[in-house]
Design a protein around this ligand. Structure first.
Ligand code: NAD
Ligand code: TYD
Length: 350
């Protein structure tokens, strides 16, 4: 495989872990990080790699087709790992069009640019699209999402990701583009923007603010340590087969309320507060419209075909995550000012 790789969305949560891993591990590659730096993109996440000679940051918008075509012409990328997206379900309910633009049209712009530049010479090329388990819809008490599960997206976010997955497969089928897709469960770990459940709860406990729980709190997600997702992407990028889909998950289901209680206990201990202090902040609020009840991934294809399994337990990962947020409160306060405060007010009215 060629060694000029474009990673889109590399200044975001998962993207920054992936960029770090590739830059440090593959010193003979050149890693280009293309990111618009929306509210979710933060170059502070990548301070430790920014001066490495095999790394280059490019600020830009995947919605700008001309800019994207010029970029591919200029740098002649061999591979694309596409993570740039609008990624938060609640924001997709407030403003669906932004999700259609970036997640669907932005993805098609990248597909077109790759198709134009590679011109049927696909040897050593790869277009890897990073997607979510949310495209499969919602599970009842039983069952797991398989790669063969029919798509049934329920939110504007998952509908836009499902659409982008379909376009990626269509470019594989129609033009022979060497594509690959993975659908991953909920990630957690350092550097996650505090609009998502786990960092939001940690951040609110540190500020002594209410801990908002949607509905009955018994919604279930399968959580994966973000660095294990980066490792899975690395494995799939290098060893996966063209045209294939791989599900990635943590084999780790939790009801939301139980995660919140666990975080409360760990933070009470770390902050030296009497047990039960943080959980008093728990506040049940109006449910998210169209809230998916349960997601759970069967990642056995990835395990049996490519040998990937998660490296750490949830108990270990959540402790490391909490410690990271405690040690990086300046990072947190830098990003929770400005736009985020307005969003928070609109979303929670508390
Ligand atoms: P994130 O919101 O933290 O980061 C997204 C990044 O994309 C940001 O750096 C942002 O600046 C950039 N971006 C947004 N719009 C852009 C545009 N128009 N042009 C260029 N850059 C743009 O997201 P994340 O949680 O790191 O998710 C990354 C990818 O992984 C997404 O495609 C998401 O759908 C997928 N995914 C996420 C999870 C999860 O739990 N977070 C799980 C499965 C799949
Ligand atoms: P989230 O982190 O937004 O991820 P996703 O919706 O993509 O799974 O939410 C995880 C779960 O936590 C989901 O069931 C919604 C719930 N949740 C709350 O109960 N309160 C909150 O403030 C947030 C952000 C999420």
């Amino acid at each position: 495989m060629g060694n000029k790789i474009l990673i889109t969305g590399g200044a975001g949560f998962i993207g920054s872990h992936l960029v770090r891993q590739f830059v440090n591990k593959y010193t003979d590659y050149k890693i280009f990080n293309l990111d618009k730096l929306t509210y979710a993109g933060n170059l502070e996440n990548l301070k430790d790699v920014e001066s490495k000679s095999n790394y280059q940051f490019i600020k830009g918008d995947i919605n700008d087709a001309e800019f994207i075509n010029d970029l591919f012409l200029k740098y002649q990328f061999d591979g694309v790992i596409h993570l740039a997206a609008e990624s938060h379900v609640d924001r997709s309910i407030l403003e669906p069009l932004a999700f259609i633009h970036t997640n669907i049209i932005g993805t098609v712009n990248l597909l077109n640019a790759a198709k134009n530049i590679w011109k049927d010479h696909y040897e050593g090329k790869r277009f890897y699209h990073i997607s979510t388990d949310e495209v499969y819809g919602s599970l009842g008490e039983e069952g797991l999402f398989l790669e063969s599960t029919s798509y049934d997206p329920q939110s504007p976010y998952s509908a836009s990701k499902a659409s982008s997955d379909h376009f990626v497969r269509a470019y594989g089928n129609t033009y022979g583009l060497p594509i690959i897709i993975s659908n991953c469960s909920n990630n957690y770990g350092p550097n996650q923007f505090p609009e998502k459940l786990i960092p939001l709860i940690i951040s609110n406990i540190l500020q002594n603010k209410a801990l908002p729980i949607y509905g009955d709190g018994k919604y279930t997600r399968d959580w994966l340590w973000v660095k294990d997702h980066a490792m899975a992407i690395d494995t799939i990028y290098h060893n996966g087969a063209n045209g294939e889909t791989y599900n990635i998950g943590g084999f780790n289901e939790w009801k939301n309320i139980n995660i919140v209680l666990l975080i409360c206990d760990i933070l009470d201990e770390k902050l030296g507060n009497p047990s039960g202090t943080s959980s008093q902040l728990i506040t049940y609020i109006k449910d998210r419209p169209g809230h998916d009840r349960r997601y759970a991934i069967d990642a056995s294809k990835l395990k049996s075909e490519l040998g990937w399994v998660p490296s750490i337990t949830f108990e270990e990962g959540i402790r490391q995550t909490i410690e990271w947020y405690l040690d990086n409160q300046q990072w947190l306060s830098n990003i929770t000012s400005g736009e985020y405060l307005q969003y928070y007010k609109q979303q929670y009215q508390i």
